[in-house]
Design a protein around this ligand. Structure first.
Ligand code: GLU
Length: 424
């Protein structure tokens, strides 16, 4: 535990401790022995690197970069790289472990990893970002690769970032290696459907949950928090399925329309004005009000720790679909369970992204690319099966969906470790 964690709220918001709390519950329920717990909770490899970069004004700056490979038991490490001013090693560790569990829940042949560069992309030019990305890639070069560790986009990184990583890696290897990262531009070995994949995966699992409760899509009121890649694609695709997205929440506030927002028009409005507010097709309301409004589905798709012990008791959604990683704290989990909220946990709900990353890696290695329909059909099959696996497990063992997802994942990773044996 980090030394700076002191108050109970700080503890609640520490992502590593949040991951630990869920891990412990699932390990307990599975009856895992101490030794296996030690293996499963210890990251296989943690790399910290210095990234010296010349800024546009001529000054030299040294950024810090991390790559944590939590588990390599089921295959190469897999997971995104985020750029943020306040990202810590503890957070990267937790996110790397989440990737291990996420890949195991959807049963794709990867371990888990996560990377980060401590920087503020909002104040960096494209040139500076490119230099940071290339030097970071050079520093972790020996540890990544199609069979070792395959990074992808995450917060504040995108297709362009992946193109730079792919190019830097390829220059060192003297040959083009597209399968070293996923989430690349289509013209550089990217997969059709990757940009929409996380939002599409959320849509599939929400659709399954609605079936379970017998709620027809046309009667479904959805509130989405976050209008980045996951939130915007999720909102667009849920609306396309006939659901009414009644509120959309961003940092600057929320827009509301009880008849359902026109998501594509809202995307155009945001592109034009830089904000979702003052949209013709809805009214401005405070973000906190939208978060707590009466609805059928709430999709937190922005960042960690938005549902905590402070507001969980006031959530009035029937179904919570976690588009972001870690939006709900462990304390909040308990309150939501008491109130009967049906939680589709992050390691299942947002696994559509890494699933299509897997398809991208397969296509790159085959050099044969699928059409979008095939990508979406295969994604649907994996998301629907995984939803059934998790909810079936929850029903059978009388645990909530999150613990069921963790149990399923821990079980699969443990099985792989036992089959491989411990090399000495
Ligand atoms: N960053 C995404 C996640 O958290 C995608 C990871 C990937 O595609 O490897 O799931």
């Amino acid at each position: 535990m980090s030394a700076e964690v002191t108050t109970s709220l700080e503890k609640e918001l520490n992502t590593w401790l949040a991951a630990e709390a869920r891990f412990n519950q699932a390990a307990e329920a599975l009856g895992l022995d101490d030794g296996m717990r030690k293996i499963l909770r210890t990251p296989a490899r943690e790399i910290a690197v210095a990234i010296p970069v010349q800024l546009d004004d001529g000054r030299l700056q040294v950024f810090t970069g991390y790559r944590v490979q939590h588990s390599l038991a089921r295959g190469p490490a897999k997971g995104g790289i985020r750029y943020a001013p306040d990202v810590t090693l503890d957070e990267v560790r937790a996110l790397a472990a989440w990737m291990t569990w996420k890949c195991a829940v959807v049963n794709i042949p990867f371990g888990g990893g996560k990377g980060a560069v401590v920087c503020n992309p909002a104040v960096l030019s494209m040139g500076e970002l490119e230099r940071i990305t290339r030097r970071y890639t050079a520093e972790i070069l020996d540890f990544i690769g199609p069979e070792r560790d395959v990074p992808a986009p995450d917060m504040n990184t995108n297709e362009q970032t992946m193109a730079w990583i792919m190019d830097t890696y390829s220059m060192h290897h003297r040959t083009t290696v597209t399968a070293v990262v996923t989430g690349k531009p289509l013209d550089l070995g990217g997969s059709r459907g990757r940009v929409e994949a996380t939002g599409r995966g959320c849509t599939f699992v929400v659709r399954e949950a609605l079936k379970r409760f017998g709620i027809p899509p046309a009667d479904t009121r959805v509130v989405v928090q976050g209008f980045g890649n996951v939130g915007s694609m999720g909102a667009k695709l849920m609306a396309r399925c006939g659901m009414r997205v009644v509120a959309l929440i961003e940092v600057e506030g929320a827009v509301y329309n009880p008849q359902g927002l026109d998501i594509e028009a809202l995307m155009a409005h945001r592109k034009e004005t830089g904000s979702i507010l003052d949209f013709d097709g809805g009214e401005n309301i405070p973000a906190a009000q939208a978060m707590l409004m009466d609805c059928d589905v709430l999709v937190p798709a922005a960042k960690e720790n938005v549902i905590t012990s402070q507001n969980a008791g006031q959530i009035r959604a029937r179904i919570l679909c976690e588009g972001a990683n870690g939006p709900t704290t462990a304390e909040a989990d308990r309150i939501l369970a008491e109130n009967g909220v049906f939680v589709i946990p992050d390691i299942l709900a947002n696994a559509g992204g890494v699933t299509v990353s897997y398809f991208e890696w397969v296509q790159d290695r085959q050099g044969y690319f699928w059409n979008e329909q095939l990508v979406n059909e295969r994604l649907e099959e994996i998301m629907v099966n995984s939803f059934q696996d998790v909810t079936g497990y929850a029903d059978k063992h009388s645990v909530n969906n999150r613990i069921a997802a963790y149990m399923l994942a821990l079980d699969r990773v443990t099985f792989a470790i036992k089959l491989r044996g411990i090399y000495a």
